[in-house]
Design a protein around this ligand. Structure first.
Ligand code: NAP
Length: 291
């Protein structure tokens, strides 16, 4: 593997968050990695290959290692805990160990699923994790590994949407379904904190630029009911909200328990680098980009 040193190493540039980070890093010195989905200019790596990951970090010698690669499908984590842990947890351990020698900052992504949703208000960074499922437990574990060094950022996020080649995020999958006139089932009893991916990426870089460390709720500024958000998507994209079918989460036949009310309070982020756009403004920006 022949790779030159750069300031940033972005691991997982082909995903929803990774692609937004790659765009935000334009103009800076960075190396990006891809996996199965091709990404122009990226180095291909499977993060479960620990030796290859170590070799890459040693070759790039970054100031910041941003880990956006993940097995982020909650149901798969429940079914395949070992295989998903190898993607979600072990690479963070490798990155953290290698960062120590380089004096680099490690950035990891976590989720509102570290919480059980039973607090009765939005969660801030001082609230204690209590995950209900394997995905949440893996997030708690990778947070603990990242936080073992001072130079780290734990970016907890939720309901991320934005431009995406795979068009699998909630907003684009809903838009694509409603455009074809088919009904779309939406849980009616879940709170989320919609987060516009390009704004998430800019916030992460702003935190790095300020030398911030610790845990941040890097999410949009509003906690909303997912069904209300679905109606807002239909409104912004001029689609038929009558095709939306609300269902209780327990009616969906899911394997995995989910926190129903784990909204994130992003006040700390707003104080540090300013708030992200509202859900509606993120949707309007996405509509503009979609053309
Ligand atoms: N999206 C959300 O709403 C949300 C909410 C809370 C937290 N998060 C967290 O944010 C982070 C990014 O999520 P995302 O939505 O961007 O996920 P994503 O779109 O599913 O992207 C995940 C990326 O990881 C890569 N990857 C998977 N297995 C890999 C492997 N073995 N080796 C190398 N790369 C591998 C994938 O590459 P290939 O596709 O090429 O395999 C893909 O580029 C995750 O930690 C996720 O848990 C996301």
């Amino acid at each position: 593997m022949r790779t030159l040193p750069t300031d940033y190493l972005l691991i997982g540039a082909g995903g929803l968050v990774g692609a937004a980070l790659r765009s935000a890093l334009a103009g800076r010195s960075f190396t990006a990695t891809a996996h199965e989905r091709a990404v122009p200019g990226a180095v291909t790596i499977d993060v479960t290959d620990s030796a290859a990951l170590r070799a890459l970090i040693r070759a790039v010698r970054p100031r910041a290692i941003i880990v956006a690669a993940a097995a982020a499908w909650v149901e798969r984590c429940e079914r395949e805990p070992d295989a998903t842990r190898a993607v979600n947890v072990t690479p963070v351990r490798i990155a953290t160990e290698e960062a120590e020698a380089l004096g680099a900052t490690v950035v990891v992504f976590s989720s509102e699923y570290v919480f059980d949703g039973g607090l009765g208000r939005s969660y801030d960074e001082s609230d204690l994790p209590a995950p209900l499922n394997e995905y949440g437990r893996q997030k708690v574990e990778l947070e603990r590994i990242a936080a073992s060094r001072e130079a780290h950022l734990i970016c907890r996020t939720s309901g991320v949407f934005g431009p995406e080649g795979a068009r699998k995020n909630f907003v684009l999958s809903l838009v694509d379904t409603l455009r074809t006139g088919r009904p779309y089932t939406v849980p009616s009893d879940q709170l989320i904190t919609p987060t516009y991916a390009p704004a998430l990426a800019e916030s992460v870089l702003a935190l790095l630029d300020r030398g911030a460390s610790g845990t941040f709720h890097t999410s949009g500024p509003q906690v909303v009911n997912r069904f209300d958000f679905a109606r807002e998507i239909a409104d912004v994209f001029h689609l038929d909200a009558g095709l939306l079918q609300g269902r209780l989460t327990e009616e969906l036949g899911l394997l995995t328990r989910r926190p129903l009310a784990a909204g994130l309070d992003a006040s700390k982020l707003a104080g540090a680098v300013g708030p992200m756009p509202t859900a509606r403004n993120g949707l309007l920006e996405l509509l503009r980009r979609e053309g």
